[in-house]
Design a protein around this ligand. Structure first.
Ligand code: SAM
Length: 270
């Protein structure tokens, strides 16, 4: 079994994605999508950005490695009566079923960063985007003090070390590494730009309840708890995460959660 696929099919990422809808919509508004634009959403999950892009008139293909999320995406497209939004299974490192130059805009928000072989990912994103088109990536930043970078950092401290040769997804949040990958894919360096941006998680649940959602449904955190349980450290991990979520919560009410998180926005002119 492909461990990358297994990680994201574990649990149910749609439970986390439910806290990302408002920011997903707001982010898509900044993409400058025109009607009938051909848009790829890579590592799309259940369509946090694919669905809003289709609502704005684009012709959208969502590609994701997790079959349960592809099913959830197609279900959501149907619920929203979007015949211009289709989800299919595929690997960002090797999109066999996707033709060259097929998209005006290829987007990957916290998606392709989790695929192995980052140089292949950059090459694939460039291959499927037409000359004159754009790539937009949203990537979490290593050691950033905000939510997701900290969840992944805390989780990794409880998880056994990855196999040799494993490249951390967080390297997609380092400008130099991103530049190196797209330059190797044939893009001139001056066509790659970076900006820090904010994505806000909103939940009607308390920070403690939200930790529970990550513990039960978010693959990387589930793995961390499984490993921590074996070492008798699950309570310690729970406390560390609750502390993080409570400190980061900006909601006036303690029984609801609003947490802004910083990410690196990468734009590539192909
Ligand atoms: C943190 S989730 C983000 C999902 C979505 N973009 C969103 O913002 O809600 C990461 C997504 O990347 C997908 N993913 C991970 N590795 C992948 C790969 N090699 N190819 C395609 N998708 C991948 C996962 O299945 C998951 O849906």
């Amino acid at each position: 079994m492909n461990p990358n696929k297994a990680l994201w099919e574990k649990g149910d990422f749609t439970r986390i994605a439910a806290t990302m809808r408002e920011s997903g919509e707001a982010l898509v508004d900044t993409f400058g999508i025109a009607k009938n634009h051909k848009v790829l959403d890579l590592g799309c999950g259940d369509g946090t950005t694919a669905i809003p892009a289709a609502k704005r008139g684009a012709d959208v293909l969502g590609v994701d490695i997790a079959s349960n999320l592809v099913t959830a995406g197609n279900r959501r497209a149907k619920e929203h009566a979007l015949s211009n939004c289709k989800f299919q299974e595929g690997d960002a490192s090797d999109m066999q079923d996707v033709e060259d130059d097929a998209f005006d805009l290829s987007v990957s928000i916290f998606g392709a960063m989790f695929a192995p072989r980052p140089f292949d990912v950059a090459k694939e994103m460039v291959r499927v985007t037409r000359p004159g088109g754009r790539i937009i990536m949203g990537n979490w930043i290593p050691n950033d003090p905000t939510l997701v970078a900290q969840i992944l950092k805390i989780s990794s401290a409880y998880t056994p070390p990855p196999p040799e040769g494993f490249v951390s997804p967080m390297t997609w949040g380092v400008e130099g590494s991103v530049t190196e990958r797209f330059v190797a894919a044939g893009v001139p360096e001056n066509q790659i730009t970076f900006k820090r941006d904010t994505f806000t998680f909103h939940s009607p649940d308390s920070p403690e309840e939200l930790v529970g959602l990550f513990r039960n449904y978010y693959g990387p955190t589930m793995n961390a708890f499984e490993a921590a349980e074996k070492n008798g450290r699950a309570e310690e991990l729970q406390e560390e995460l609750e502390d993080l979520f409570k400190t980061q919560n900006r909601n006036q009410r303690r029984d609801m959660t609003t947490i802004p998180a910083t990410f690196l926005r990468v734009t590539v002119a192909v």
